[in-house]
Structure formats: structure tokens, C-alpha cells
Design a protein around this ligand. Structure first.
Ligand code: SF4
Length: 330
């Protein structure tokens, strides 16, 4: 097997069944990185606690997300797939890193201000410290690279600064400054056409939906708002249905829609039906694999348990070095 180029870490909150935005923005990229890098993919359930009002669905959401990841092609033979809270060393490193993190730096972060705005009744201590926990996630596994969209660059810079603070304070080089692997992916809008696809806004299309459910969701998508009647020419450039056609449909069909829409040669219903058909064809294999996996939930739990074990080995080795650097009594 070819020598891998380094270690990639990425984590995602357990949001349950994944939607097209998750799939196109993260999961496909996770799958693509596996051959070149040692990948460590974490279902970050501790992070989820910072904004959850109830943990009623937490377990199920972890399982649903794991099912989607595995069905999409994240391969546990190549990558470590595990649940964040199953590796308790992360909370230990989080505590230690919090001692080298100025509070003002955390409360100044734009993401913290956003979270306060979104969750005004639940501004908890964990919410302030979540970038420190994220730094612990990345550094615990000595990740060289973290795949991010350009808007997440400040998070990685924060981690790099945290690493420098730790290494300086304890006169060591135990922790590694991760590099960003900036990935270009289209911003996937929800069926409302104005907001990013998101479960909390109920504007998502789940990748595991049935063909019928997918068609129903696609048919409810908002199109060019200026096209009121079938006879009105449309503008594909401002239509979210067309944006998804560009991802899921063949070039020839995309070109045809582009032309016909502008001269009212195609109706939105037909255009949407074509899109639904193409999404369904594209995801048919994934859905089939997911159904098979879902029929054997214990196998999925076993995959995660194996991932936990492999992640703990790396985590404990890092923590032994960290404890020594801090000079804890051994
Ligand atoms: Fe959008 Fe298609 Fe309707 Fe044109 S025909 S406005 S691309 S849904």
C-alpha cells in the first residue's frame, strides 16, 4: 500500500440523517481523502451538548449519521470512525488547553457571538469553550490536516495559536500545529431557496429519503421567484433547482434546461421531476447500502467500537506526552 501523506481529522455533530448539504459539503470529501491520508472521522457528540435542549435523540442521531457515513463510502478499513465521547482523553486535553486560552479570545470569536444570538437562553460554559474542545479534538490525534471550508479558517487558526501557547508554556513541541486543507464545495441551499440547507430550518432533502419523498421535497422547491406562470421565461441563474441540476444532471440536460427555461420552453414541474429522478439515480447505491446496514445495527455499533479503540490508542499516546510535558506526578 502506498505511503499516506499524513493524518486528517474532521468531526461533525450528530445531526441524525444527513442531507444533501452534508453529503456534498463534507461526506463526499471525507470519502475522497481516504486513499491519500490516514483519516480520523469523529461524531462529535460532546460538541452537540453545547446547544442541545434535550438529549432524547442523541444516541439515535449518532447511529443515523454513522449509517449515512458508512453507506456513502467512508471505509472503516481505511479510516477511523468513532464517537468523540468514547475517547475520554479529549476532555482531559480540553481542560489542559483551556488553561492556556485567554477568556477574552473566546468571547471575541464571531462564532460565539452568533451562538449567543441563536441560543440566548442557553449560554453555557461549554459554549464559550467549544473552540478549545475542537482544538483538543484535532491535536489529540496529531492531525496534520483539517479539511475546512474557507469560512471555517478562523477555527483552525485558533487551534494553531492554542498549540503555540501550550508548547511555549510547557516548553515542548508535543502538539502539532494543523494545516488547513481548504476544500471548494458549492453552498447548498435548502428547498426554500434562500437559506443554507439545514435540518433546523426544515428545508433539507435527506440523502436516505425514498425516491418518492425526494420527489415530494424537490417539487416543493422554490424556483425563480419572478416566474409566476408557465409561459413566463425564467432565469436559471437565480434558481436553486438549476443549481442542483448542475450537480446531479448530465451536462447536456443542464444545457438544455438553461436554454429552455429562458424561453419558457420547459415548465418548473417537469424541470423538478427531472432533478428528482437524477438525485434518486445518483443516490440509489448509497440508499441500498444504507438499508442493508440499517438491518444490522449491531454491525454498525461494532464498527464504531473498533474505531473508538483505535482512536483511544492514538489519544492515550498523545496524552502521555502531554502529561509529561505539563509535569504531572506520574
Ligand atoms: Fe428553475 Fe427549472 Fe423553473 Fe427554470 S424551469 S425556473 S431552472 S425550476
Amino acid at each position: 500500500m502506498a505511503q499516506k501523506k499524513g493524518r486528517v481529522f474532521s468531526g461533525a455533530r450528530p445531526t441524525g440523517k444527513q442531507h444533501l448539504g452534508n453529503y456534498l459539503g463534507a461526506i463526499k470529501n471525507y470519502v475522497a481523502l481516504q486513499d491519500e491520508y490516514d483519516c480520523v472521522y469523529s461524531i462529535v457528540d460532546l460538541h452537540a451538548l453545547t446547544t442541545l435542549e434535550t438529549t432524547r435523540d442523541l444516541k439515535q442521531n449518532c447511529l443515523e449519521m454513522a449509517l449515512d457515513w458508512l453507506a456513502a463510502g467512508i471505509d472503516p478499513q481505511k479510516s477511523i470512525v468513532f464517537v468523540q465521547s468514547h475517547v475520554p482523553q479529549v476532555t482531559e486535553l480540553h481542560t489542559i488547553l483551556s488553561m492556556v486560552t485567554p477568556l477574552g479570545k473566546l468571547t471575541d470569536l464571531p462564532t460565539f457571538k452568533e451562538k449567543i444570538r441563536d441560543h440566548p437562553n442557553n449560554v453555557n460554559y461549554g459554549l464559550v469553550g467549544y473552540p478549545v474542545l475542537m482544538s483538543a479534538d484535532i491535536t489529540l490525534y496529531k492531525a496534520d490536516l483539517v479539511p475546512v471550508g474557507i469560512d471555517q479558517a478562523p477555527h483552525i487558526e485558533f487551534t494553531r495559536e492554542t498549540v503555540r501557547s501550550f508548547n511555549y508554556r510547557f516548553n515542548t513541541n508535543v502538539l502539532i500545529e494543523p494545516q488547513m486543507k481548504v476544500t471548494q464545495f458549492p453552498k447548498i441551499m435548502g428547498i426554500d431557496g434562500v437559506n443554507k440547507m439545514s435540518k433546523s430550518l426544515n428545508n433539507e432533502i435527506e440523502i436516505s429519503a425514498t425516491a418518492e419523498e425526494t420527489q415530494k421535497r424537490v417539487l416543493s422547491m422554490v424556483t425563480d421567484p419572478n416566474r409566476q406562470r408557465r409561459t413566463d421565461p425564467g432565469n436559471p441563474d437565480i434558481c436553486n433547482v438549476f443549481a442542483l441540476h448542475k450537480i446531479f444532471s448530465a451536462a447536456e440536460q443542464v444545457e438544455n434546461i438553461n436554454t429552455e427555461c429562458r424561453r419558457a420552453g420547459i415548465g418548473c414541474v417537469d424541470c423538478k421531476k427531472m432533478l428528482a429522478q437524477n438525485i434518486n439515480a445518483n443516490l440509489a447505491g448509497l440508499r441500498e447500502r444504507r438499508t442493508e446496514l440499517a438491518a444490522h445495527p449491531q454491525d454498525v455499533l461494532d464498527v464504531l467500537a473498533d474505531g473508538d479503540k483505535r482512536a483511544r490508542v492514538i489519544a492515550e499516546a498523545t496524552m502521555q506526552e502531554v502529561r509529561r510535558a505539563v509535569d504531572f506526578l506520574e
